[in-house]
Design a protein around this ligand. Structure first.
Ligand code: SAJ
Length: 432
């Protein structure tokens, strides 16, 4: 086995997964080349800086770049292991788009040599790793690929999904268990040797298709469970009951563990990946599809609730607290908070102000409608209405006395002590 300092690794895609992964591998002493299509990203990384916000990532990247074990480029080079971590978006009709994955495979094809390992980490529809194998076989007919004709393959190809939580990426990259699906068992074992270099969690091997579906299943499971919480929040609103109190109490049951309602589900994973399953088996996935509809519908519900509140207080200024898709991060992808803020700004214009400690400037769609970016103290001073969209710690810590006179729509349940909780109890009709 090659020692860490002799191992050359190429990571394709220096985004939220690729850059932390590249840096963690580089920390083991392996020589890592990160590839990105953006020259700006490449320059940023090569200067030891980061283009994304993630706990402790800046220190790690500056360390490994200074030590010379991580560098970035736009052009690929020969290596022993290739890790593909590029985006897999979906089209308007929810069909998964694996163009970037196939482009990445096309990019590495010319530099592949016997003994190399190719690992796909991008969330992908079932069968994508086999497509990568077929593409490489076409582009490099001289290289024997795995799972064909019973001959010993020259290269190993495996699928190993990333499963890290934004905000905890560097911890979870090391501590989480990994599912490693080989095109053949031999491929899985080869990839396993690589992950054991830096993963402390258990590394479990399977086949590529099972690993691909496992990743989609994990995120669909979470989406369905959040949909349950969101549906409960609508029921509780109608009943005039505090949903967070109900969930807290129900979760005291030893076999009940309900997640938290919110303004909808965001991010580039949970709001996207379930569609890969629905698209693959439309007739078999009514539950997964409904969960998506419930979670998206919750955003529309919040827009309607907030609009009604704002209309009931003519002239009052409104603070939307948060734009990120979840707490304490700067990631606004597919963010329900952003959708709500945009809808309110479009309707109420300059009456709407935005508080987002993780943004330096407002996205153009918000700025266009006259909304301003203000800090939390200005919001407390100036705004009579507060719409809590993200549970950032800085919002949670606003004490009751600073917001007691505000009209509040708290979609995250961060202020259970808020006296003017904007949910009017529905009239209760007694039986008989
Ligand atoms: N959310 C709720 N209520 C909850 C939990 C989450 O409304 O109780 C919302 C969040 O506010 C956010 C969205 O769901 O808008 C997703 O947040 P998340 O923290 O559940 O997940 P992500 O998207 O940050 O990361 C997920 C993780 N998957 C699972 O937990 C099964 C992570 O482990 C994956 O690596 C990641 O997707 C991914 O890249 O696929």
């Amino acid at each position: 086995m090659v020692s860490d300092s002799e191992l050359n690794v190429v990571v394709l895609g220096l985004g939220y997964i690729g850059l932390p992964t590249a840096a963690v591998i580089a920390r083991t002493g392996a020589r890592v080349l990160g590839i990105d299509v953006s020259q700006n990203v490449v320059d940023t990384v090569n200067s030891g800086r980061v283009h994304i916000e993630e706990v402790d990532l800046d220190g790690l990247v500056s360390g490994v770049v200074a030590r010379g074990t991580l560098r970035a480029a736009t052009e690929v080079a020969p290596a022993d292991v290739f890790v593909i971590a590029v985006p897999t978006p979906f089209s308007d009709d929810h069909a998964p788009d694996i163009t970037y994955v196939l482009q990445a495979a096309t990019t590495i094809a010319p530099v592949l040599k016997a003994g190399d390992t190719v690992i796909l980490e991008s969330t992908s529809p079932v069968g994508t790793t086999e497509q990568v194998r077929d593409l490489l076989a076409t582009l490099r007919p001289d290289l024997r690929v795995p799972g064909r004709a019973g001959e010993t393959a020259y290269i190993a190809i495996a699928y190993c999904p990333e499963r890290v939580l934004p905000g905890r990426i560097l911890v979870e990259l090391i501590d989480n268990d990994r599912v490693i699906g080989g095109i053949t068992p031999r491929c899985a074992r080869k990839a396993l040797t690589f992950y054991r270099r830096f993963v402390r969690g258990a590394c479990v091997t399977t086949n590529a298709r099972a690993a691909e579906m496992t990743k989609l299943t994990e995120n669909a499971f979470r989406d369905v469970n959040i949909a349950f919480a969101n549906e409960l929040s609508l029921v509780a609103d109608k009943m005039g009951v505090d949903v967070w109190e109900v969930i807290r109490l129900a979760n005291r049951h030893p076999r009940v563990n309900i997640l938290q309602p919110g303004p909808g589900v965001g991010g580039h994973c949970i709001a996207v990946d379930p569609w890969f399953l629905v698209h693959a088996a439309p007739n078999e996935t009514p539950l997964i599809r409904t969960a998506r509809t419930v979670n998206d519908g919750k955003t529309d519900h919040v827009i309607a609730q907030a609009s009604a509140l704002i209309e009931s207080m003519p002239g009052a200024t409104v603070a939307c607290l948060g734009l990120a898709f979840k707490a304490n991060i700067d990631d606004f992808r597919e963010s329900p908070a952003l959708k709500v803020a945009e809808a309110l700004a479009a309707r109420f214009g300059e009456r709407v102000a935005i508080v987002e400690p993780y943004a330096d400037a407002l996205p153009p769609a918000l700025a266009r409608h006259g909304a301003a970016l203000i800090d939390v103290d200005s919001a407390i001073e100036r705004c009579a209405i507060m719409v809590v969209l993200v549970d950032h710690d800085v919002f949670k810590s606003v004490p009751r006395e600073e917001r007691h006179d505000k009209a509040v729509l708290d979609t995250r349940g961060i202020w259970p002590d808020q006296p003017r909780f904007q949910r009017k109890p529905a009239p209760v009709r007694l039986a008989g």
